[in-house]
Design a protein around this ligand. Sequence first.
Ligand SMILES: [Mg+2]
Length: 187
Amino acid sequence: MIHLLLKTKKFIPNEFHTSFFDIDFKELYNNGLRLILSDLDNTLISYEETKPTKKIIDKFAELTNMGFEIIVISNNVPSRINVFLEGLSYKGVGNARKPFLIGLRKSLRVAEKNYSHKETVIIGDQLMTDVYCANRFKSYSILVNPLEKKTEKWYTKFNRKIEVKMLAKIKRKYSDVYEELSLDMRN
Ligand SMILES: [Mg+2]
């Protein structure tokens, strides 16, 4: 994992927001983005929750009306995503194995239309999985703060430790970007 610290740039998100709801989706749309690949755990709901809140359901409907397609992509088991999406018309990809690109490729395959990588925005709460795979996929990357860290699994806690080191490195090497993205708001 130490070698990853050498590739600092690949871990810098295009945008950082404290939550999914703080993202300026209109601006993303105006910039040509059409497909939203959103992480599930700690991005949309915490590990303790299973169903989307009304706020999420409304937001997804708003984004669809805006012209976006949304796919929920998660390293968690497909059954969890199915429960989350039950009764909704969005697609989900489980066992995505982020930061590998296999799940991203699959998402593009199952999407309703043909989207390019450049039309795709990947949103998630983890630098070491979501942002890293988005940047390697040459898609737009958005980092959000995790909803509830306490209930994270051991491997996520492990990723967080490396993330802290990575954030420190970004701050040191790319202080202007760090400041511009307000990464000091990261928790
Ligand atoms: Mg997550």
